[in-house]
Design a protein around this ligand. Structure first.
Ligand code: ADP
Length: 150
């Protein structure tokens, strides 16, 4: 059976830190599904359709990567996609505290799901979507943080 992992996130925007997690995930799994979460109550900075296209472009050379968007419980989406694994990146202890909680909830929703955490590569750890948004909002070039051209 194919080992499929869902990599869920807001990806607003998708950064080189996220790309690193996907590329390393490909060494562990047969397929990595990047799930861009939609939240009707939270407005995005980068439009969803644009971000999905950019992510797809960034992984053109990797047929084992698929991009979807969803508005549902993450664990339920994983089950529907045939994914028994969730892939997440850990940058620091703040990420850990947060991830600890959600990984318990995800197992409550889908008891077969396992979350696999990859520790961020040190050079990419300082990159966060919110910092990239702030830089971009005030006109600072952000290409160096992104695996595609905006
Ligand atoms: P969420 O809103 O679900 O936290 P994000 O898009 O911010 O979504 O992040 C998705 C996943 O990517 C999370 O597991 C997060 O810890 C991880 N991540 C974010 N930035 C980096 C980075 N620079 N390096 C590695 N992983 C990262």
């Amino acid at each position: 059976m194919k080992r499929i992992a869902l990599f869920p996130g807001s990806f607003d925007p998708f950064t080189k830190g996220h790309e690193d997690i996907v590329l390393r995930g490909l060494k562990l799994f047969d397929e990595v599904v990047i799930g861009v979460g939609r939240n009707a109550r939270k407005e995005r900075y980068f439009p969803l359709d644009q971000m999905m296209e950019l992510i797809e472009g960034a992984f053109q050379a990797h047929p084992a990567v698929r991009v979807i968007s969803y508005e549902d419980l993450t664990a339920r989406v994983a089950r529907n996609e045939g994914a028994k694994f969730l892939l997440r990146g850990l940058r620091n202890t703040t990420d850990f505290e947060y991830e600890n909680g959600i990984s318990q909830v995800n197992r409550y929703v889908y008891d077969e799901i396992e979350t696999v955490f990859l520790i961020t590569s040190p050079d990419l750890a300082p990159i966060s979507s919110s910092i990239v948004r702030d830089l971009h909002r005030y006109g600072q070039p952000v290409d160096t943080f992104l695996p595609y051209k905006l």
